[in-house]
Design a protein around this ligand. Sequence first.
Ligand SMILES: [Zn+2]
Length: 129
Amino acid sequence: MRTNPTINPSLWKSLFGMRCPKCRKGRLFQSMNWGRPASFFEMKKTCENCHQAFEPEPGFYFGAMFISYALNTALFIAVWVAYSALVDEFSILELLLWIGISAILLLPVFFRLSRSIWITIFVPFQGKD
Ligand SMILES: [Zn+2]
């Protein structure tokens, strides 16, 4: 049976689109307000579509730190490989500077992505797949 992607978004689209893992429709996070950087880290309490709680228990997202750690490790390796390919000779301080800048720039993205991955591990999809 063919599924309609607009009705049943895929797992990957839901993960990277930071959608509710239960219905894959409601947004996990408040929209980003560039004038207020703290808004990058604000999650919604429940899904606007299916009312799934986005913090099922206190400290639920503690484990998301491990996902964030893995994402940052991948970033460090990617920056190191890219910088080695682009620049012939560089100091370790230059490399650490570029790793630091890229980690700070991607902090909101990795924060949201690690939480999206974490909640998707524990809350099963209950739509039609
Ligand atoms: Zn939902």
